[in-house]
Design a binder for this molecule. Structure first.
Ligand code: ADP
Length: 441
């Protein structure tokens, strides 16, 4: 029998006793009233005791009682005890989390919806010079670098932003923001001073080596030309040796030139002017034709309608006359590389289409060929330095493997993106997407 049934039974037995005694004495009504009043008073007393106990938190051992009230006290006491245990466990976990994030070598700052600091670990306090009292302050008021404020406002946190530490300008930080929860963001900063130093050393080394190679190469080329001029052709071995030596020095010259160009792209400040892209494309197509050793290009039609075949192989279409803010020399290198590749990696009797047009929020240059194409697995890698995809070619095609790396760098410096669509055996289309905000005419 459970307590509730017991309680009910006690009530019924009392009522029965009152009925019997009341029946015998003729005082049933007063006795029944007395019983009801007594039971009511008992319940009121219990409620009052319970309220006092719960008001003090219900954590102390509950008062001694019996019946249903003992059950109620016991269950509430158990719930409170479990809650206390859970709270303790949670507190321990939060402490452990705090301790581990405090010990992290990377700086971590939790930002609220209005960029205010909610919490920062030890590394963040050291690297950004934050104080405990800065809690609640807006982070742009404390880290005032314009590039950081731009990054924070942009909402695009795919790439980290590189900043000097506000405390020590010799420390370089890669700062990244991760959005989570409702409007919360975690700012992480990693010390990349050593990494940047190594990168600078690598760049300096490549720049110095390429620069130093230029003079001996020029001397070698000069002597080789003299020797070739002196060659009377009597020894076929000598003639082929000279030809091979010339081929190799030219290849080396291309390598050195490309490496120097890449170094310049990485280190030189951006210059900007309004570049007439349609005129540049016409010129590049004409030059490509001349390089191919074909007849000179036919007269060119004005912009804004297809220019037609500027050569037997190149079909240039100018659908927009938009100019782009940028560096003409850099853009020339990038476009020449794309066109050169399209001509190089496609059959000599195939057409290469060059198209300059507007598409949504971009102004696009397409260079499309009907050549050998690129395997899907190679597409993400062809813009890496020295990467040349392994395709069985009928004839050996020369190259440095640096052309597309140059294209990628140039486009990056112009806020543009390179898109490659290619299929083995069918051809490739390289598209350069310039944001329309770069248009300048
Ligand atoms: P390079 O042409 O000097 O080898 P690039 O960096 O210009 O170096 O190109 C890298 C590789 O990408 C090339 O070796 C070639 O395999 C592939 N590639 C580039 N452009 C094309 C193209 N239009 N068609 C097919 N393959 C291409």
């Amino acid at each position: 029998m459970d307590v509730w049934q017991k309680e009910l039974l006690t009530g019924l037995l009392l009522f029965l006793a009152v009925s019997i005694v009341g029946g015998m004495t003729g005082l049933f009504m007063p006795l029944a009233l007395l019983l009801t009043l007594g039971m009511l008073m008992r319940q009121l007393f219990q409620i009052n005791r319970f309220e006092r106990w719960i008001r003090t938190g219900g954590r102390a051992k509950y008062p001694k009682t019996t019946g249903i009230w003992e059950e109620i006290y016991y269950h509430v006491y158990r719930i409170k005890k479990n809650e206390k245990k859970r709270k303790k466990k949670l507190g321990k976990m939060v402490d452990q989390f705090r301790q581990s994030t405090e010990a992290l070598p990377d700086a971590a700052v939790v930002l609220g919806a209005n960029d205010e600091i909610e919490w920062a670990n030890k590394a963040a306090r050291e690297v950004f010079g934050l104080q405990q009292s800065d809690k609640g302050q807006r982070i742009p008021n404390l880290i005032r670098f314009p590039e950081f404020i731009r990054y924070l406002k942009s909402g695009n946190y795919n790439e980290p932003v590189i900043l000097p530490s506000p405390v020590n300008h010799r420390t370089t930080l890669a700062v990244r923001i991760i959005a989570y929860g409702a409007g919360l963001r975690l700012l992480l900063a990693q010390d990349v001073t050593e990494l940047k130093r190594m990168e600078r050393m690598r760049k300096d080394f490549v720049a110095n080596v390429s620069h130093e190679l230029r003079t001996p190469l020029t001397v070698l080329k000069g002597y080789l030309e003299t020797l070739q001029d002196m060659d009377d052709g009597e020894s076929p071995l000598l003639t082929t040796s000279f030809q091979q030596m010339q081929g190799q020095t030219e290849r080396m010259q291309h390598l050195v030139d490309d490496l120097l160009l890449l170094t310049r792209l990485e280190t030189r400040q951006k210059k900007t002017e309004c570049v007439n892209i349609p005129a540049l494309l016409i010129q590049i197509c004409k030059e490509a034709e001349t390089m191919n050793g074909k007849a000179s290009a036919p007269a060119l039609a004005p912009y804004l309608h297809p220019v037609g075949n500027v050569s037997s192989r190149i079909e240039l279409t100018l659908e927009t006359d938009k100019h782009i803010t940028g560096e003409e020399q850099e853009l020339r290198s990038a476009f020449t590389n794309l066109l050169g590749n399209a001509l190089k990696y496609s059959p000599e009797d195939s057409v290469v289409k060059v198209r300059w047009y507007r598409f949504n929020d971009s102004i696009v240059l397409d260079v499309e060929d009907q050549g050998e194409g690129i395997a899907a697995a190679d597409i993400p890698r062809v813009t890496e330095r020295f990467y040349r995809s392994e395709v069985k070619r009928v004839k050996k095609v020369g190259g440095t493997g640096l052309g597309l790396a140059i294209v990628k760098h140039v486009l990056m410096r112009h806020d543009a993106k390179l898109n490659i669509v290619s299929e083995l055996g069918k051809g490739s289309c390289f598209s350069c997407h310039f944001p329309v905000k770069r248009a300048c005419n």
